[in-house]
Write a protein that binds this ligand. Structure first.
Ligand code: NAP
Length: 282
């Protein structure tokens, strides 16, 4: 089984970003990372994203708010970031605390700065197959992993386990755009094992540590593991039981070191695209 390493895909995206940056004058594009509270997962993602962006020659600044900030105060602060001409793109770490109206943020974020595709306009564009919008970075990272490794998508049977707005649903649309035949599974899916085993490309995005073992993988299947979980020993792992799929799968992404590394690279490429689009539209 071939291991599809995220670092190799990320390096390819980095080369494209650096090429585009040569044609951008003035200060490097700047990402605003908006975080509410001190959740370790958010802070770890934020550190990784910042490090990656800076290594690509891009800027990133954190905007941190207390976990108990009132909705009105947060909406106002977010509006200022949104309207700041210095800010090229925004990444909002979610979910937000319950007192904050996330829907209002989704409606107010400038679609041209919405690098993770949370605004209604970008969601509609992903569903319409319109590439002028931004898809959620993780969903796009899955496509990038396949393309960078020259794995054909067109005409393939793709099964996605998970139907969230962050991964499963947008990914199903991106796969359709690539002419795959797509099945989306969730907790009410009957015969999950059989449906997964029938897939030529299996994408795991359920958030359940090692739930998909070798019995869920068909012969020569490509397995993309989006899951990031912590197992009972406190170790980072995916949704796929990596060791048990070695016989069946033709190739697979590891966790860590797979899709996660590509997600932040896609974020960087979205930031440069946002910069290009904003400057052209001036
Ligand atoms: P989520 O919002 O919790 O959605 C999980 C989805 O999986 C739901 O649609 C759920 O079905 C389905 N599911 C859960 N258990 C299942 C089961 N036993 N059988 C079938 N379907 C099942 O999670 P998410 O935000 O999409 O994230 C999914 C995973 O990806 C998590 O591990 C997360 O940490 C990871 N992630 C990774 C990245 C990255 O950069 N690599 C980025 C984002 C997320 P229902 O709809 O029926 O509940």
């Amino acid at each position: 089984m071939v291991i599809l390493k995220g670092a190799e895909v990320s390096a390819k995206i980095k080369a494209q970003v650096e090429e585009k940056l040569k044609h951008i004058e003035g200060p490097a594009p700047k990402l605003a990372i908006v975080r509410v509270g001190e959740k370790p997962d958010d802070m770890s993602y934020e550190r990784g994203a910042k490090k990656k962006l800076e290594s690509f020659g891009l800027r990133a600044e954190s905007y941190v708010f207390p976990a108990d900030i009132e909705n009105g105060a947060f909406q106002k602060a977010f509006r200022q970031i949104n309207e700041d001409p210095e800010v090229t793109g925004i990444l909002l770490l979610r979910p937000l605390p319950g007192q904050i109206c996330e829907k209002d943020i989704e409606k107010q974020i400038d679609p041209k700065k919405d690098l993770d595709g949370i605004s209604p306009e970008n969601i509609a564009k992903v569903f319409a197959g319109d590439e002028t919008g931004f898809a959620p970075c993780t969903a796009e990272a899955v496509i990038q992993v396949l393309k960078a490794n020259a794995i054909p998508i067109s005409g393939k049977r793709v099964t996605i386990v998970g139907r969230s707005m962050v991964v499963g649903k947008p990914l199903s649309m991106l796969m359709l755009k690539e002419n795959a035949t797509v099945t989306v599974c969730h907790t009410k899916t009957v015969d999950l094992k059989e449906t997964c085993r029938n897939a030529e490309i299996l994408v795991a995005a359920a958030g359940k540590a090692r739930m998909l073992n070798g019995e869920y993988v068909g012969p020569e299947a490509v397995v993309i593991d989006v899951g990031i979980n912590v197992d009972e020993n406190g170790k980072l792992c995916g949704d796929v039981d990596f060791d048990s799929i070695q016989e069946q799968a033709s190739c697979a992404t590891p966790v860590p070191g797979g899709v996660g590394a590509v997600t932040t690279a896609v974020l960087a490429s979205h930031l440069v695209q946002a910069c290009e689009r904003n400057r052209w539209s001036v």
